[in-house]
Design a protein around this ligand. Structure first.
Ligand code: FA5
Ligand code: MG
Length: 444
């Protein structure tokens, strides 16, 4: 297998979390900044926008059982194997997920709890939790975020009620002012499951789409784009190892398509594993921050972690109000150019690869890897929430030596105060020292 960059300076002590001790091994890569986020409990804080949004969605799906799952430690088996992720899926790499050791990790999605929740016999449930991924740094990505998993499954005889339920949901959607674009089709790349009666699969798929469109209508029905037009929402085909057919839903926001959720018809294997072979149905996993950013007009994902009263005092339970930015402090950017070690393969951060099947990177055996996520992790360890974005601005291969060079622009900005140039220089300096010593790169 490929040589991997060393994990970000782990502590030598075993991790002690939620009453358990996890011995360290070569997979251990949990940094102190992430550990410090484990018990923030944003989903149960009464005036936090994520908690308010969670309540609103739970109220919408009133007949579902709602769970907030407190412990983010899951086995690698639960997060990946049980859901059918192949052994070489990129989300499993130490560059993409947070590992306590080779057997335990911080959940990378709420789907990690699907099998155990079906096993308990629940047919219609919502499960909200904090999830963890090593990822790029920008306004809509953060290494800790919150997902809500939602599912509805029916036993064979109950499926006969679906046409009537679907007709009712369709009627409710008739007055929806949103432009919901959906040109997806069942096809060889996004098929029904061979073990399913296609008429049942079609009814389940329709119930999934109607249910989510009705949620979208409830949440975004009053939200306009900058031109005053209703918000644009679209369905696209997707791939997940634990659903088929599978879809993603995106909204047009801030001049680009922003992905809100992934969903699909639950793979029968998943229900078999949970001892529920006689049932079938759908599941979705949505990003609460992404929805909250659009609804409350919160411009930067780091704000959700603010303890500043100017942030928290703006939100009231049960209400969606527009966030009023309390002055934007000036940004300060610094560029960092460096040579990668010789014979290095560079991997750019693939967005949302942890839960989905995208972003597959094949790396030849024996080559060293420069992974953008490792670089971003060091930046975050040093600068914490003072770093706003990390952007690759130049990528160059020397024509003779074939050595590769990269230049990243680090944009620093605090959410609640002005940063001095000296402070930013000191941060940049520390990042530089750590990436040189930990990633074997050479400054230009
Ligand atoms: C998943 O995590 C699947 N488990 C979703 C799913 C559930 C599919 C059930 C089918 C059935 P994905 O990796 O695309 O999929 O993430 C789901 C959502 O989480 C995204 O659409 C996005 O809204 C949010 N998300 C993903 N990465 C980040 C991040 N770094 N920061 C904030 N939100 C994120
Ligand atoms: Mg996705």
């Amino acid at each position: 297998t490929a040589l991997r960059s060393p994990p970000a300076a782990p502590s030598r002590e075993p991790y002690k979390l939620y009453g358990q001790t996890y011995p360290l091994d070569t997979h251990s890569n949990l940094p102190p900044t992430i550990i410090s986020k484990l018990d923030r409990g944003l989903l149960t804080h009464p005036s936090h926008p994520l908690s308010i949004l969670r309540q609103i969605i739970q109220d919408h799906f009133a007949s579902a059982t709602s769970i907030v799952h407190p412990n983010p430690v899951v086995s690698v088996f639960q997060n990946f194997d049980e859901l059918g992720f192949p052994a070489d899926h990129p989300g499993r790499a130490v560059t993409d997920s947070y590992y306590l050791n080779k057997d335990y990790m911080l959940r990378a999605h709420t789907s990690a709890h699907e099998v155990e929740t079906y096993r308990s016999g629940l047919d219609h449930w919502l499960l909200s939790a904090d999830v963890y991924r090593r990822d790029e740094i920008d306004a809509s990505h953060y290494p800790v975020f919150h997902q809500m998993e939602g599912t509805h499954v029916w036993s064979e005889s109950e499926l006969d009620a679906l046409p009537a339920l679907n007709a009712k949901l369709a009627a409710d959607l008739a007055g929806c002012p949103l432009v919901i674009e959906d040109t997806t089709q069942i096809s060889p790349s996004n098929p029904y499951q061979p073990s399913h009666d296609p008429r049942h699969a079609a009814q389940i798929t329709q119930h999934l789409k109607h249910s989510l469109n009705s949620l979208i209508f409830r949440l975004f029905g009053g939200v306009a784009q900058s031109g005053g037009e209703p918000l644009r929402v679209r369905w696209i085909e997707a791939f997940f190892p634990f659903t088929t057919p599978s879809y993603e839903v995106e909204v047009w926001w801030g001049g680009e398509w922003l992905e809100l959720l992934g969903c699909g018809v639950v793979m029968q294997k998943t229900l078999d594993l949970a001892g529920q072979s006689h049932k079938s149905g759908w599941a979705f996993g949505l990003g609460l921050e992404r929805i909250a950013m659009v609804l409350y007009n919160i411009p930067d994902i780091r704000l959700f972690w603010s303890t500043d009263a100017r942030f928290l005092s703006q939100f009231k339970p049960g209400q969606i109000t527009q966030f009023k930015p309390y002055s934007k402090y000036p940004p300060c950017h610094k560029d960092m150019s460096f040579w990668l070690p010789e014979a290095t393969v560079a991997v750019e951060a693939g967005s949302e690869a942890g839960g989905a099947g995208e972003g597959v990177t094949k790396v030849e055996a024996g080559r060293r890897v420069f992974h953008e996520n490792d670089y971003c992790e060091i930046v975050r360890e040093v600068a914490g929430d003072l770093v706003e974005t990390v952007t690759l601005i130049d990528d160059f291969t020397h024509p003779k030596s074939k050595r590769q060079s990269k230049c990243y622009r680090l944009n620093y900005r605090s959410m609640d105060r002005s940063l001095s140039n000296e402070e930013v220089n000191a941060l940049q300096d520390q990042v530089q020292k750590r990436v040189v010593s930990e990633m074997g790169i050479e400054m230009r």
